[in-house]
Design a protein around this ligand. Sequence first.
Ligand code: PLP
Length: 369
Amino acid sequence: MRDATRVVRAGMPPAEQGEPFHPGPVFAAKFHLAGDPGQVSYSYGRMHNPTWTHFEEALAELEGGPSRVFASGMAAVSAVLGSVLRPGDVLVIPDDGYFTARLLMDGYFTEMGIVIRRAPTTGNAQAALLDGAKLLWIETPSNPGLDVCELSTLIAAAQAKGVLTAVDNTTATVLGQKPLHFGADFSVSSDTKALTGHSDLVMGHVAVRETRWLNAITQWRTRIGAIPGPMEVWLAHRSLATLDVRMERIQANALAIARYLKTRDDVTNVRYPGLPDDPAYPIASRQMTHFGPIVCFELPNKSTAERFFAASKLVAEATSFGGVHTSGERRARWGGDAISEGYIRLSLGIEHADDLIADLEQALNACRE
Ligand code: PLP
């Protein structure tokens, strides 16, 4: 079965006469619980919920390993770091990965005695830092630079040295790239982004290759309590059915827009891993099946970038990415990334490409006036 079919059906209950296709969310803090708690599937709402179970079964089918949902992408990132790392352990990170994940690692985890080594995503540079490490953290494509590294090479290098591997797969989603198939121990995702894709919920998940790590991740969630609400998980599961359709349109739009931007002499450094002349393409085309929603480019400075957003009618100025509405932001407004003041991170939605190109054209022309 192909993923396009799988996303429509995964995690749904077997057909039963008179029953709904997708049963509604189960709102429960406590479940009836007489006698030995070991004998029941559901006891208390911080530990488990049937709505989570359906969605987790769907994610497991797509990821190729069991999964656990979390209240946010950062809660999922924290679950892997907190379950694996102990004082004195070495963590190898990309120095161009998602800023808040780096803040968490650099801040809380170094203060608790974790030693951090960092290298860029590009050129598989992290491979040189693995001696004696406990965990290799990978993010490919990186956010917001859109550099890629080769999962098979980095994971094999880590395995040869007994180093665990975690891949932040947010940008690609499990439909575009499958970290566990490349041998990663953990596949981590912010499902706030393209996986759910409607900009109406915050969520994350972790999928694992080995049961011992599933137990550790589950225990972390139960003890920390970073759990998602049943309504959000139900919405996420409903949204999953259209993931392939959304990604197909989003990718076509991203390619069309990246190609258009390349024709302009007032735009520089256009990046999209799916563009055949992008530096990321040789690796991305080997390990990804969809190239994701993000296209980046540079305008000369901050004020030009601000004029671009003011003039655009279809690019909503907002952070986050992967939704059905095209959005974007001048990424340097947050600080923390090695990018220019005019660096734009665009997230393509599912609008018609011709409308998007016409809107970008008039907005970029307005910046010239
Ligand atoms: N990982 C990446 C690559 C992200 O871009 C983000 C959010 O932007 C996260 C993790 C954190 O996800 P959340 O905002 O759902 O906590």
